[in-house]
Ligand binder design. Structure first.
Ligand code: IMP
Ligand code: MG
Length: 186
């Protein structure tokens, strides 16, 4: 990290470097290329957090694909999931009969993903797979299916590479932990 970069203000330590993220994305993309073969999947990105991951992942994949986005209510400046989930923006496309790949930034309690998967399953896609960049090691998380995980991380609040704190830090090219005093201010 370059200290003094304004976007990195409050970052205490880098958990996953840019190089590690990019290397793992190439592995995930190669697996996905094999999985989809001659099919054309529809990648569904979950706004806003999955944007960084999705744009890198889709460009590392070589199969033809389509993209769409959903937005789910976030928990604002809070660092804990409220469990109350709402669709703020739905898909533009019909997914009936399609192979759908949900792209998530992080699975924490699992509530957001569970809600999203229930909603998508009701639309009768041919298949739903889930790829998440991060999954927190959380014993009390609900059981939700994630087919591919980039990295498993400890149960800490993280920012960067799409993940925000109070709307910021999404443009860090790495995943980092914030100075705890900064979080307590909220
Ligand atoms: P869940 O419903 O608890 O699984 O939370 C999922 C959503 O909460 C993710 O898609 C993120 O947008 C957000 N989130 C969970 N943990 C973190 C974190 O450590 N940093 C930033 N956002 C997080
Ligand atoms: Mg998210």
């Amino acid at each position: 990290m370059t200290i003094g970069e304004r976007r990195a203000r409050g970052v205490a330590r880098i958990l996953i470097s840019e190089a590690e993220i990019q290397r793992r994305i190439r592995e995930l993309a190669a697996e996905l290329d094999r999985i989809y073969g001659t099919d054309t999947p529809l990648m569904v990105g979950v706004l806003n957090g999955a944007v960084a991951f999705m744009t890198d992942l889709m460009r590392a994949m070589t199969v033809p694909l389509e993209i769409d986005f959903m937005a789910i209510s976030s928990y604002g400046a809070a660092t804990k999931s409220s469990g109350v989930v709402q669709i703020l923006k739905d898909l533009n496309q019909v997914i009936e009969g399609r192979r759908v790949l949900v792209v998530e930034d992080i699975v924490d309690s699992g509530l957001t993903l569970q809600y999203l998967l229930d909603s998508l399953e009701r639309r009768n896609p041919a298949e739903i797979r889930v790829v998440a960049l991060l999954k927190k090691e959380k014993p009390d998380a609900i059981e939700v299916n994630v087919d591919q995980i980039g990295f498993t991380i400890p149960d800490e609040f993280v920012v960067g590479y799409g993940l925000d704190f109070a709307g910021q830090y999404r443009n860090l090219p790495y995943v980092a932990v914030l100075d705890p005093s900064l979080i307590e201010e909220f």
